[in-house]
Design a protein around this ligand. Structure first.
Ligand SMILES: CC(C)(COP(=O)(O)OP(=O)(O)OC[C@H]1O[C@@H](n2cnc3c(N)ncnc32)[C@H](O)[C@@H]1OP(=O)(O)O)[C@@H](O)C(=O)NCCC(=O)NCCS
Length: 201
């Protein structure tokens, strides 16, 4: 994923481990105080990655708070995104510039159940025949990643039907008029990195 990511975007992952909640800085822990232990562990693993990626950009000891909407708050001049499934956490960060916003998602590399696919896919979506069994899962993950990338632009809550994805071209549009691009991998897990660039709206 790092190799596919646009220039300037840093990406990392970590298998979630017992005790990962300890990686939450005190202010981060307070910002997600009401959440279940497994989710705190996952959020801690995500922040562990984010803190390292931010340090690579020269930003040390900054808390990535969870805002009331759920979206993470990044330091001035930086955009980023976090995600986790039951086993893995992922994070991406970039200086704001050519990239305006980022969205990331991770999912187990398993076919998407038919009933979920029916909720997620629209006739306008395009999947990639090369992905066969995982096309539904990748589509689902792409919509989540695109949602996270566009949410900071206007705070609009979108449903799956509001995002149209083309897995062949790596492009997506929203009913709110945003355009995003994305890259993805399907092994060992499905992961999608979406981004809105300076010319994309
Ligand atoms: C954003 C959302 C899709 C995340 O899905 P999820 O499967 O619960 O969780 P993920 O592991 O993929 O991602 C969790 C991370 O997303 C980030 N996140 C949450 N809400 C976000 C938002 N509105 N914008 C950007 N990022 C957000 C957080 O960093 C969170 O990690 P944290 O809790 O450790 O801080 C979900 O929280 C949400 O807001 N859903 C409402 C809208 C929706 O589902 N529409 C259909 C999808 S297009």
């Amino acid at each position: 994923m790092s190799e596919m990511a646009p220039m300037g975007v840093r990406v990392g992952c970590r298998m979630i481990r017992q005790g990962d909640e300890a990686h939450l800085l005190p202010a981060e822990a307070r910002s997600i105080a009401a959440r279940q232990p497994a989710m705190r562990q996952a959020s801690g693993a995500g922040r562990w990655i984010a803190h390292r990626l931010l340090a690579e950009l020269g930003v040390d000891d900054v808390a990535v708070l969870r805002t009331p909407s759920g979206a993470p708050a990044w330091p001035d001049g930086i955009t980023g995104s976090l995600a986790h499934d039951d086993e893995m956490a992922v994070a991406a960060v970039a200086p704001v510039g050519d990239i305006r916003t980022l969205g990331i998602d991770v999912e187990p590399a398993l076919p998407l159940p038919d009933d979920i696919f029916a909720l997620v896919a629209t006739p306008a979506d395009r999947t990639n025949p090369a992905d066969r069994d995982l096309a539904g899962r990748i589509l689902f993950s792409a919509k989540e990643a695109v949602y996270k990338a566009v949410y900071p632009l206007d705070g609009e809550v979108l449903g799956y039907e509001d995002i149209t994805v083309d897995l062949n071209t790596g492009r997506a549009t929203t009913k709110t008029g945003h355009r995003a691009r994305f890259v993805y991998c399907a092994a060992p897990r499905v992961a999608v990195l979406a981004f809105v660039d300076g010319e994309a709206r």
